[in-house]
Design a protein around this ligand. Structure first.
Ligand code: OOG
Ligand code: NI
Length: 471
């Protein structure tokens, strides 16, 4: 009699820890970064008890130590479809569509991540997953050659494929299978120092786009970074520079604020790694490839559609007026201008809530529960319940990515800090067809989390929910 299936949340936790160990062994700088982030987080929490209390209330404190995101780049629609099934075994589902071609990067992407509050609390591990858009290679012969190479590779082990199918048909994996699944799945993310193409073929791909060479020349989609979450990005950035790590010129995302919004990110340059290319006429050639890099992130509150529009407008206005050059020139002007323009974005939790710019999780206060227990009639609107101290609200963490920021991270890791703004059509439908599923809308997920918290809070306060708006 087989044992009960292992919860997908637990498989994800096992996998993310195993991946982190593997990456740490492969890229020592990642280990250094983890230590640095842990130190900065501990120091930040020690001097900011209010932040500690807020994170505790939100259950964000427990997950902070294991919180990471990674990224991979896939070559074919078939690979994307199978990776969706692989991530589903671990309770990770595609959320959001990111079109990076608008920033001159020939990919489109989604993020596989847990979607429920409970699963996010357990381990919020996410993987930013990109699909190469071969149709953007202009040279027809090269395009055909790249397609041929990709069609001939299998990035999953036979046993991983079997276990995905077992999980789908049996509704889960038992303990032994889950552990085997983690080991087998890890193989897809491993680094290979042997290219599957010859040096001249690699160079031709490189000339078309560095990213194309990275996807097409190898046996699998090596994990290219794993990013810990810090509570003070500026401090880690300064410390990275002090330790001689080549941090990118600009921090992506919003400026530093009292009330953190969305996502701020910075990365340090890719490592140059030795590669053995496929032998040609009996002669093997060695060379190097840059793919892997380090990144840190700081997460803030998730914005509503209205808040996001304001964010996008302010960011676009800065990018229009201050263009950061390839070597990072103008980076200081950019940072300064960003801070100035974002003064238009309210920076208190109360204003963000009143103006419906961000999502919050509501909980009854002790006073509220006491008043309810004493049989008092409580206020009939959320705003009044908050004003009377019967209900409190805390920011809901942004769990996703930002397309403009992601493009900046791609570009810095491809060897340039230049900001480019292109126009291109989005190809979401083709992406979802390859994926074999629709991506979840991240705004729906945040709205649900907020609505659920309101419903539960009001039920505990004994307030009837009919007709209550968010204010
Ligand atoms: C992914 C770059 C995007 C992020 O955090 O926005 C990213 C890649 O380079 O494959 O990781
Ligand atoms: Ni990243």
């Amino acid at each position: 009699m087989p044992t009960a299936p292992v919860p997908p949340d637990e498989i994800r936790d096992l996998f993310s820890r195993a991946l982190s160990d593997m990456y740490r062994a492969e890229v020592p700088q990642y280990g250094t970064l983890l230590e640095l982030v842990a130190d900065v987080n501990a120091a930040t929490l020690a001097k900011d008890p209010a932040l500690r209390a807020a994170l505790e209330r939100d259950d964000d404190l427990n997950r902070l130590d294991v919180e990471r995101h990674g990224a991979i780049r896939l070559g074919t629609g078939g690979e994307l479809c199978t990776i969706r099934r692989l991530f589903a075994v671990m309770g990770m589902h595609p959320v959001g569509y990111y079109d990076l071609s608008v920033a001159g990067v020939p990919v489109h992407s989604t993020a596989f991540r847990p979607t429920s509050d409970a699963a996010l609390r357990r381990n919020p591990f996410r993987v930013f997953t990109s699909l190469l858009r071969l149709e953007l290679i202009e040279d027809a012969a090269l395009r055909a050659e790249a397609a041929r190479i990709l069609a001939g590779r299998q990035i999953f082990t036979p046993r991983a494929l079997e276990l995905i199918a077992v999980s789908e048909t049996a509704g889960g994996l038992h303990r032994g299978q889950a552990e085997e699944f983690v080991r087998e799945a890890l193989e897809t993310f491993r680094w290979h120092s042997q290219a599957t193409v010859t040096l001249p073929a690699y160079q031709a791909l490189l000339k078309a786009h560095r990213l194309i060479a990275d996807v097409v020349s190898f046996k699998g989609p090596h994990i290219n970074h794993l990013t810990p979450r810090t509570l003070d990005l500026d401090l880690v950035q300064a410390e990275m520079r002090r330790r001689g790590m080549a941090a990118k010129a600009v921090i992506e995302g919003p400026p530093r604020r009292d009330c953190a919004i969305l996502l701020r990110q910075t990365s340090f340059k890719a490592l140059e790694e030795p590669i053995a290319f496929k032998a040609e006429d009996g002669a093997a050639a060695s060379g190097t490839h840059t793919a892997r890099f380090g990144e840190i992130e700081q997460r803030g509150v998730a914005l509503t559609a209205k808040g996001r529009m304001l964010y996008d407008d302010l960011l676009a206005s800065v990018r229009r007026d201050v263009q950061v050059g390839a070597g990072g020139s103008q980076a200081e002007d950019y940072g300064g201008e960003l801070a100035v323009r974002f003064r238009l974005f309210p920076d208190s939790w109360a204003e963000l809530r009143d103006q419906d710019l961000a999502f919050f999780r509501y909980t009854p206060t002790r006073a509220g529960l006491d008043a309810a227990a004493a049989g008092q009639t409580l206020a009939a609107s959320l705003g009044e319940l908050v004003a009377r101290g019967h209900l409190r609200f805390d920011p809901i963490t942004y769990e996703d990515f930002l397309p403009v920021s992601a493009a900046g991270i791609f570009q810095s890791n491809l060897g340039t800090d230049e900001q480019r703004n292109y126009d291109a059509r989005s190809h979401r439908q083709a992406f979802e067809e390859a994926l074999g599923a629709k991506v979840h809308d991240e705004l729906d997920l945040y709205a649900q989390a907020q609505a659920q918290s309101i419903e539960q809070a009001l039920a505990r306060l004994g307030v009837r929910t009919g007709g209550l708006g968010p204010h």
